[in-house]
Design a binder for this molecule. Structure first.
Ligand SMILES: C[S@@+](CC[C@H](N)C(=O)[O-])C[C@H]1O[C@@H](n2cnc3c(N)ncnc32)[C@H](O)[C@@H]1O
Length: 237
């Protein structure tokens, strides 16, 4: 059997599967091609509810693509169309590896070119989203742990995740161990909807060591070619 070639972070981030321009980077914030449908939570409605109890709300979107959804959200929040959203301050940050951002004219939105793994936020966030971004990351568990550590104590993280895109050594069914570990750490994982959710800040050290990523595995449930992340279990000392 031919041994497969696993990529480290640098090679993966230059891989055509990750940096290609054909993937959908143009989702809207709401509607049929929107973040709301993909996440099962409408971000604008979530921000609105949060603003009814605090004046400033921070939203971080990892792997934000062109930033289209965020630009729409920022413009909507700044417009006077919604009295609750206009009454407070919504600060939005989008992070993506590739600079394919659409023009942004909102003071309340920052679009940052960075790998998730290099991003260093100055603040914690009330809402962290990652819409079909984890599929393209190598060390998915590290990214999830980082996002958990960037949450406010009562913040919410929600992301699309398919644990079948993570492999424990060469085991075919090893992915179940990732779902168990995430749940044990207080994340909710919905395998049917491929969604990960968490309420509240966490400092979590995943009990797996990232070995490398395979960008040759083909499509996952989204129909797009994705990246499989290979781990080994860390042995307790
Ligand atoms: C399928 S697109 C989704 C974009 C956006 N969330 C949307 O739904 O419109 C996945 C995005 O992940 C980004 N990405 C891949 N690896 C990344 C990394 N290491 N750090 C940040 N962004 C990354 C890609 O550049 C791409 O824009």
């Amino acid at each position: 059997m031919q041994e497969r070639r696993l990529l480290g972070r640098q090679d993966l981030e230059a891989s055509p599967v990750v940096a290609n321009c054909a993937m959908n980077r143009e989702r809207d914030v709401t509607g049929t091609n929107g973040y709301g449908i993909e996440l099962g939570v409408e971000p604008l409605e979530w921000l609105r509810q949060r603003l009814s109890r605090q004046r400033v709300v921070r939203w971080l979107d990892l792997c934000c693509g062109s930033g289209k959804a965020l630009i729409q959200a920022a413009e909507y929040c700044e417009s006077a169309r919604d009295a609750v959203l206009a009454s407070g301050v919504v600060q939005i940050t989008g992070v993506d590896l590739v600079n394919m951002f659409l023009p942004n004219h909102s003071d309340s939105l920052r679009l940052i070119v960075s790998s998730v793994f290099d991003f260093t936020p100055g603040d914690r966030f009330d809402l962290i989203t990652c819409v079909h971004g984890l599929h393209y990351l190598g060390d998915k568990l590290r990214a999830i742990a980082l996002a958990g550590s960037w949450l406010e104590p009562d913040g919410m993280l929600i992301a699309n995740l398919d644990v079948k895109n993570m492999r424990l050594g060469e085991s075919q069914l090893g992915y179940q161990a990732f779902a168990r570990a995430l749940r044990a750490a207080g994340f909710q994982y919905d395998a049917r909807r491929h969604r990960l959710q968490r309420f509240g800040h966490v400092d979590w050290e995943p009990p797996f060591h990232f070995v490398g990523a395979d960008d040759t595995v083909g499509p996952n449930y989204t129909g797009q070619p994705v990246v499989e992340s290979v781990y080994v279990k860390l042995c307790p000392i």
